[in-house]
Design a protein around this ligand. Structure first.
Ligand code: KET
Length: 406
């Protein structure tokens, strides 16, 4: 047999986030704990399919008129309309004036990728500013979409809070027209969000410098438990009449991770521009994956367009958010009870799925080796993967890491 044509190919490293699950799955230890990927678990440590999702699926299965034809390139119309309403608000002038172009995409990641490629083709500025730090896939998605990626200061390790001054300086120094990626809420990985007053300052700066805001909304409802409160920053930008991009994911807030359902919305200044933008989005999507998948969009659309299911969803969503918040208190209390050195109050100040612990890569490695606790090497833990039962194990591991490796 001759050598493979790929014999020179190098072994690629695992993904920094999804690779944590790969390593976790290989670990035979029964006390192992996966706090890597941001995926919700119940108190029993099990993945959760929301009750409303089960109901919506039942409705779909029981409806004999449902068919499996291709969706249009832009996806399911009812899903697109309802998604835009969810993020911009039912009374949004931009929606009423038909200034929003919404296309169904492959979850949040696909929405970012389609938005990025559209910008690379049609926007005069090719630079996108992303926060430092940010979700690890952002720089890759935008680079492969054809944009050039720069960072703006976001997090201050000394305060474990927002580097607001640095953020304003860096965006203030960005070339006019630059694209700015903003996490709509529950910033990943830091769990640090601007206050509403800070958002207003950011908005004024963005508009005065004619920067183009691109919101990544992967956690609507997960930060505060309220869909409305978590959408506030996006709505402030949409309300000023200026243009903005939003990538929405239903992976977390409906627990539809594997269904890959999300939406890209582009708010334009006129309905005429919005319809031309939509026509060009189709030219981005068609050669990439032709059209999006049907099932997840039908589930979301069924829930968003039925007031009973919608109300039930908000309750289930609040239940998930509240459980995460209670994990924060419990972890802080467990560390305090052990007298773990350091100030851990950031655990309850941070918001959303993650705590950015401040543990370094060496401590993270120690916790994996000695305690079988898995997390990303930047010290991020998924609070959604914890339960009352597993908190003592995590607190022991953190205590040991801090005291033995300080
Ligand atoms: N944006 C952010 C900020 C984000 O954290 C994720 C996922 C996504 C977009 C994409 O999600 P999608 O499933 O494409 O809708 N974050 C978690 C999972 C992952 O890395 O894929 C995580 O950070 O663990």
């Amino acid at each position: 047999m001759s050598d493979s044509v790929f014999c020179q190919i190098a072994q690629a490293p695992e993904d920094p986030i999804l690779g944590v699950t790969v390593a976790y799955n290989k670990d035979p230890d029964s006390s192992k704990l996966n706090l890597g990927v941001g995926a919700y678990r119940t108190e029993e440590g099990k993945p959760l399919v929301l009750n409303v999702v089960r109901q919506a699926e039942q409705k779909l299965v029981n409806d004999p008129t449902r068919i499996k034809e291709y969706l249009p390139i832009v996806g399911l119309a009812d899903f697109n309309k309802a998604s835009a309403k969810l993020i911009f608000g039912a009374d949004s002038p931009a929606i009423q004036e038909k200034r929003v172009a919404t296309v169904q995409c492959l979850s949040g990641s696909g929405s970012l990728r389609v938005g990025g490629e559209f910008l690379a083709r049609h926007y005069h500025q090719k630079t996108i500013y992303i926060p430092d730090p940010t979700w690890g896939n952002h720089p890759k998605i935008f680079t492969f979409a054809g944009l050039s990626v720069k960072t703006y200061r976001y997090y201050d390790p000394s305060t474990r809070g927002l580097h607001f001054k640095g953020l304003l300086e860096d965006l203030g120094n960005a070339a006019s027209g630059s694209i700015v990626l903003l996490h709509a809420c529950a910033h990943n990985p830091t769990g640090v969000d601007p206050t509403i007053d800070q958002w207003e300052e950011i908005r004024q700066l963005v508009r005065s410098k004619q920067l183009l805001p691109f919101f990544d909304s992967a956690y609507q409802g997960f930060a505060s438990g309220s869909l409305e409160a978590d959408a506030k920053p996006v709505r402030m930008f949409a309300a000023d009449g200026g243009e903005c991009f939003t990538a929405q994911s239903f992976a977390k807030n409906m627990g539809l991770y594997g269904e890959r359902v999300g939406a890209l919305s582009i708010v334009c200044k006129t309905s005429d521009v919005a319809s031309r933008v939509e026509s060009q989005l189709k030219l981005v999507i068609r050669p990439m994956y032709s059209s999006p998948p049907l099932h997840g969009a039908c589930i979301v659309s069924t829930i968003l367009n039925d007031s009973n299911l919608y109300n039930e969803w908000t309750i289930e969503l609040k239940g998930m958010a509240d459980r995460i918040i209670s994990m924060r208190t419990q972890l802080l209390e467990a560390l305090q009870a052990k007298g773990t050195p350091g100030d851990w109050s950031h655990i309850i100040k941070q918001i959303g799925m993650f705590t950015f612990t401040g543990l370094n890569a060496e401590q993270v490695g120690f916790m994996r080796k000695e305690y079988h606790v898995y997390m990303t090497s930047d010290g991020r833990i998924s609070m959604a993967g914890l339960s009352t039962k597993t908190i003592p194990h995590l607190a022991n591991a953190m205590h040991a890491a801090v005291t033995s490796m300080a």
